[in-house]
Design a protein around this ligand. Structure first.
Ligand SMILES: Cc1ncc(COP(=O)(O)O)c(C=O)c1O
Length: 399
């Protein structure tokens, strides 16, 4: 028996694989510090939980509209107007079972064999695999630490062909935390204005997690001429610490929203009714709790950046947002561990750190830029200090 050709084109998510590995090691009683998972350690705010409990009591436990309740769509319309200066009608909003599902639906609804999708690297692990599953071809633009992990307009221009279907822009970025300013987005937008056949997937999942007063911008807002062909994707997972509730959403052209709804009607049907009610509360509620959480993340970022830059052979840029750092370590490749193993790839480095330091991170190759690793600092300062100390010790032991 064989699985489908489409399934054979994709890999299991490397980040989820590391998360399961850490669960397993912890179950065996091993003192491992997991810095691999992409989720806030904070809890879902109480007012959101209360709204969900209330929804259950009120009997909101049945099917809803396939692509979202009118209440949630209205809350999303209001959010886009309030935070992004974007005007959408209800038929321009789609609600899906998590941000990953938004991506999956959008790409599977639009990509044909031979279509190209431009993905800046390093990238969130799901972009290329979903493109491949849909039958398309990812086209990568390399943007390393030297250019602050951001693509340049000339790189974008060079990557666009007649077959380009989508360009993905993710700011702040998973896995680097890099964020594009309005001016940087405008420069990329000027390139895209010259190529009217290209759709834009703006993944704004980390919109609210930005530091040092960095101002969030999204391309449909900065370049109104691109509004008609931009899908502005977002979700409640990261800002509201609701990764388990599985609600993602997007605003975009009505034809695309309708296409996503058609696919959803024959796959998952509506996103969880209770999670939708909770998301209405999250989006409409008092947003002030975010400030405190972002301040905590910023302190952790500074701690981790400073400690990792003390490692000989490691360079850790200071990101503008999200809760990841992406240190590079070309100088450590080729070194030998105390057990005599030569480290030849970042995957081997991650295995060494897991075995010797009991710290779990994810290797850069999974995100398309090596040798590097992604560290999620969404955990306490005490654990981060311990983890970085272990990394320092393990790296200092390399010869
Ligand atoms: C950039 C980016 N977009 C979208 C998502 C999807 O989030 P979820 O499916 O958990 O809502 C993630 C999650 O890691 C992400 O990092």
């Amino acid at each position: 028996m064989q699985t489908s050709a489409a399934l054979q084109r994709i890999q299991p998510s490397a980040t989820l694989a590391m998360t399961s590995r850490v669960f397993e090691l912890k179950r065996q009683g091993i003192d491992v510090i997991g810095l691999g998972a992409g989720e806030p350690d904070f809890d879902t705010p109480d007012f959101v939980k209360e709204a969900a409990i209330e929804a259950i009591r009120a009997g909101k436990t049945k099917y809803t509209n396939v692509d979202g309740t009118p209440e949630l769509k209205q809350a999303i319309v209001a959010k886009f107007a309030r935070d992004n200066g974007l005007t959408y009608a209800e038929n321009q909003i789609s609600v899906n079972s998590g941000g990953k599902h938004t991506l999956f639906n959008a790409f599977c609804a639009t990509i044909d064999a031979g279509d190209e999708v431009i993905v800046p690297a390093p990238y969130w692990v799901s972009y290329p695999d979903v493109v491949e599953f849909a039958g398309g071809t990812p086209v990568f633009i390399a943007a390393g630490a030297a250019q602050n992990y951001k693509i340049k307009p000339e790189q974008l221009e060079a990557a666009i062909t007649a077959r380009t279907k989508w360009v993905v822009l993710n700011s702040p970025s998973n896995p680097t935390g890099a964020a594009y300013s309005a001016a940087e987005l405008k420069a990329l937008g000027e390139v895209l204005e010259r190529h009217p056949h290209v759709l834009i997937y703006a993944d704004d999942m980390y919109e609210h997690i930005l530091y040092d007063g960095f101002e969030f911008a999204t391309i449909a807002q900065v370049c109104p001429s691109l509004y008609e062909r931009t899908l502005t994707a977002n979700g409640v997972s990261k800002a509201y610490a609701m990764t388990g509730w599985r609600i993602g959403y997007a605003g975009g052209p009505a034809w695309l929203i309708k296409a996503i709804g058609k696919l959803q009607s024959q796959s998952t049907s509506n996103p969880c009714s209770i999670s939708q009610a909770a998301s209405v509360a999250a989006l409409n509620g008092d947003q002030s709790f975010l400030k405190e959480r972002v301040a905590a993340f910023q302190g952790r970022r500074d701690l981790v950046v400073s400690m990792l830059n003390q490692v000989n052979g490691m360079t850790c840029p200071r990101p503008e947002g999200a809760f990841y750092v992406y240190p590079e370590f070309a100088a450590l490749i080729g070194k030998t561990t105390p057990k005599g193993q030569v480290i030849t790839t970042d995957e081997e480095m991650i295995a060494y750190l897991l075995d010797e330091a009991k710290v779990a991170a994810v290797h850069g190759a999974a995100f398309g830029l090596s040798p590097a690793m992604r560290i999620s600092y969404a955990t306490s300062e005490a654990l981060l200090t311990e983890a970085c100390t272990r990394i320092q010790t393990a790296c200092a032991a390399l010869r």
